[in-house]
Design a binder for this molecule. Structure first.
Ligand code: B12
Length: 474
């Protein structure tokens, strides 16, 4: 169970799978979406649904990637047991890098699409249908004579408007967000030009690219009128890397005059950079931005190559507030071998930043990132990969016990969310829509707060074997 997909009691469409589905439908294949998040479906129901539909291929994806992979392994095993001749294809961030061990340990998985999936999946499915050779398809992990092998990497998709997202696959699923409002996830851009050492995403997408601003605005208009979409959740790592294109998009969307709520993540320094056109952000419909603050200490920020500054982080939050946009500051625990003083300094800094919302996460080293190299000699305290979801402490800390870490984290969260300025905004913010947005988040946050403490003290079993990160993946 991951916090992100269970606690809100509402679900967003799986953009990755819709992006794969669109080109397949357009090439003449019959595609159906089974979204197991609704329910969530029991494994037996998932298998029964697949058996009933009786497809030639089953393509599985997940939004959590690292933490969801063990579940994909289990589900695919059950499907293959019932339907031995079915072809199973997976894709996504984690499998892109861990393809070898997945293929070695999971004979039921036939192919792994490595990297951006649209073109590769289309090539693969077409080649399977036409009984063509698969080894020439770039970006594919497969077995040759029983041995896992990865073909050469596929190029980035240069034109992000080349492939259509298969929105029709949403069918009758009631996708909502932000308090039961019809919602989708969409991307203006892929990738990120910044070199933050812990983030696997900029490496995965390689180069930062953006969609045509006008075409994206047209697509959002279509989603609004044809599907009744009110909330757009941007999946971009940093949509405003090219301020000119971003501004064009905001203006194109404003010209449509749609009643929309937009939410997304952005770099704090880009907000400061765009100070003179933040009114356009607001006019387009932005209600909240998530800002990765990560740490209070500039030495740590330098080490993880965040390339941000404390003064800009603070200024960005103030600028957003001035423009009637909420800020959510995410703070990552574990970068700097924290002591009690570090937690105290973090809290003090967060209080001075005064963001509307905070989210504390735990550093989770992905093997394909430079950060992994920095911590590979460290011990891990949680070997259950399903918990590598940024909401559990994975790396042992030298100075504090995990129980102390979680108590400090929870203390910071409760102080931040119940401090007078936050409560005043929650109750009396002058914009009703922002009040409602904050209440929605607070309701979820309250449940998550207790749930995480309960899980830590009564359910989660920490590992005492003192296994090192490097040995764990080996
Ligand atoms: C929206 C989102 C969510 C939504 C997902 C809604 C949904 N139904 O999909 C919600 C809020 C539910 C969510 C939850 C979580 N998320 Co999330 N999420 C995202 C976000 C911002 C966008 C995902 C997206 O749509 N991307 C755009 C699509 C087009 O990209 P894609 O999914 O990677 O798909 C492409 C390729 O990977 C590939 N592909 C993907 N799947 C498949 C499958 C097949 C068969 C094929 C052929 C190809 C293929 O082709 C696609 C097109 O090119 C990403 C960050 C990001 N920018 O991607 C984080 C991200 C995926 N989430 C992350 C995490 C950690 C989580 C949670 C664990 C958080 C938590 N503690 O609860 C949970 C896990 C949920 C779960 N059940 O597994 C991490 C995963 C890191 C990792 N490597 O493990 C990411 C990368 C954020 C980050 N910066 O690190 N998330």
């Amino acid at each position: 169970m991951s916090i992100g997909s269970r606690m809100p009691n509402e679900h967003l469409p799986p953009l990755g799978l819709l992006s794969i589905g669109g080109p397949l439908i357009d090439a003449g294949h019959d595609v159906q979406l089974l979204d197991a998040e609704f329910g969530p479906l029991k494994f037996s129901t998932i298998v029964a649904e697949v058996v009933m539909y009786n497809p030639d291929l089953v393509l599985l994806g997940h939004s959590g990637s690292t933490s969801a992979q063990p579940i994909i392994n289990d589900i695919t095993k059950l499907i293959k047991e019932k339907m031995p001749s079915i072809t199973i294809i997976i894709g996504g961030v984690f499998p892109t890098y861990h393809w070898n061990e997945i293929l070695v340990n999971n004979p039921q998985i036939d192919y792994i699409v490595c990297g951006e999936g649209e073109q590769i999946a289309l090539n693969l499915v077409t080649a399977i249908a036409d009984h063509h050779c698969l080894e020439t398809i770039k970006g594919l992990a497969l077995r040759v004579n029983g041995v896992p092998l990865k073909t050469s990497a596929a190029e980035n998709i240069h034109n992000l408007d080349q492939f259509r997202i298969g929105w029709e696959l949403m069918g009758n699923y009631n996708y909502t967000y932000w308090g039961k409002r019809k919602a989708v996830v969409i991307q203006f851009s892929r990738g990120c030009p910044y070199p933050c050492t812990y983030c696997g995403q900029s490496l995965f997408w390689k180069k930062w690219r953006h969609r045509d601003p006008q075409l994206l605005a047209d697509e959002i208009e279509m989603l609004h009128y044809e599907y009744g979409i009110e909330v757009i959740n941007f999946a971009d790592e940093n949509p405003s890397s090219n301020p000119k294109a971003w501004r064009e998009f905001l203006e194109a969307l404003i010209a449509k005059n749609l009643k929309l709520i937009l939410v997304g993540s952005i770099r704090a320094d880009n907000i400061v950079r765009d100070a003179d056109f933040l009114h356009l952000y607001k006019k387009a419909g932005f209600e909240r931005f998530l800002l990765g603050i990560e740490n209070y200490d500039e030495v740590v920020l330098e080490k993880i190559k965040k390339a941000g500054t404390i003064s800009k982080d603070k200024e960005a939050i103030q600028l957003l507030r001035r423009h009637g946009i909420l800020s959510m500051a995410t703070y990552v625990v574990g970068f700097g071998e924290e002591t009690t003083r570090d937690f105290y300094n973090s809290l003090r800094q967060l209080l001075t930043y005064d963001p509307d919302q905070v989210q504390l996460l735990y550093v989770t080293p992905h093997k394909w990132t430079p950060y992994f190299e920095d911590v590979k000699h460290k011990e891990i305290i949680l070997t259950d990969q399903r918990k590598w979801d940024y909401k559990h402490q994975v790396i042992a800390t030298s100075y504090l016990k995990p129980s102390t870490v979680i108590l400090y984290v929870k203390l910071i969260e409760i102080i931040m969310q119940t401090r007078p300025s936050a409560v005043m905004r929650l109750l009396f913010h002058k914009e009703a829509r922002l009040r409602s947005a904050m209440r929605w988040y607070t309701r979820i946050g309250r449940r998550v707060w207790f749930y995480e403490l309960y899980q830590f003290f009564f359910v989660t079993k920490l590992d005492t074997t003192k296994i090192k990160m490097n040995d764990f993946w080996a």
